[in-house]
Write a protein that binds this ligand. Sequence first.
Ligand SMILES: NC(=O)c1ccc[n+]([C@@H]2O[C@H](COP(=O)([O-])OP(=O)(O)OC[C@H]3O[C@@H](n4cnc5c(N)ncnc54)[C@H](OP(=O)(O)O)[C@@H]3O)[C@@H](O)[C@H]2O)c1
Length: 292
Amino acid sequence: MSTALVTGASCGLGADLARALAARGHDLILVARTAEPLDRLATELADEHGIGARALPADLTVDADLERVAEAACDSDILINNAGAALGTPFDRTTWADERRMLALNVVAPSRLVHAALPHMLRRGSGRILVVSSVAALGPAWQGTAYGATKSYELAMTQSLAYSRHIRTSPVALTALVLGYTASQFHARAGIPAPPPSLTLASAYVAKQAVRAIHRRRPPVVCVPSLRYRVLAGLLRHAPYRSLTVPGFAKDFTAGPADLGGPDAGRVVSPRDEGASEVPVVEGRQDGRARS
Ligand SMILES: NC(=O)c1ccc[n+]([C@@H]2O[C@H](COP(=O)([O-])OP(=O)(O)OC[C@H]3O[C@@H](n4cnc5c(N)ncnc54)[C@H](OP(=O)(O)O)[C@@H]3O)[C@@H](O)[C@H]2O)c1
């Protein structure tokens, strides 16, 4: 039996990642700030799947809490860096305290947890790390905010580590989940309108895809759930940056709520979503095979 540590497990994608991991028989350590939903989920999943599950309430933006979680990550076989948040306000109108919290949550915390867990995984000769990034990482798609940059950092860090010779040739694997619109509290918390339902992925679906990807013998370095977002990821990756100034193509937070469009709004994606594959379109695979 192996243990998975999931951050941001009190709701949204994190709770569904925990469910998908429990269904595969992993013991769980569930991390978020609010203890009550974590306790409830731990009890529910322990009863349902006969696994060990415990809540580890922690604010990942607080150093002492982060160190407690880092300690738990050292003994984990699977590390899921999922907790994250956005500020749906232009950079020049946020407070520095809010920006700093976002950087602490989206950049510092995942770095610290990977830094804590990775050496132990390499020493044990097994381990999986998932870092939840975003389609917004692939270009200046969330214009006027620093959110996309934090997700770019997570993507770049994951790729940089995963492709390094030392790790590539080990049984340990890192995967970045490049996520499109997904149903959760994310947009409400950021203070922005919910995305159109027709473009929104179910978090249970995303979680199953991600958990399946990290259980492969050679997990992909990048996992993009759903065909439409793989198409969009490919476009964002290869489109000249100048095209991101075309009205409606990118989401510009400095433009005012009525003008928010953007690739997340799906104007350039395939109308069909055949769902379900974690084949990376934007990068090669853990085993170094060519781009697909
Ligand atoms: N939803 C989307 O459309 C979308 C798209 C692309 C990428 N993403 C990424 O997906 C990930 C999951 O987000 P979600 O959509 O599931 O959002 P969500 O519903 O808002 O969930 C965020 C989770 O993070 C936890 N969290 C927030 N601040 C925290 C802190 N300081 N310390 C510890 N835990 C904290 C929250 O729990 P507490 O409040 O109890 O702490 C919650 O469990 C994020 O990294 C996000 O950037 C989401």
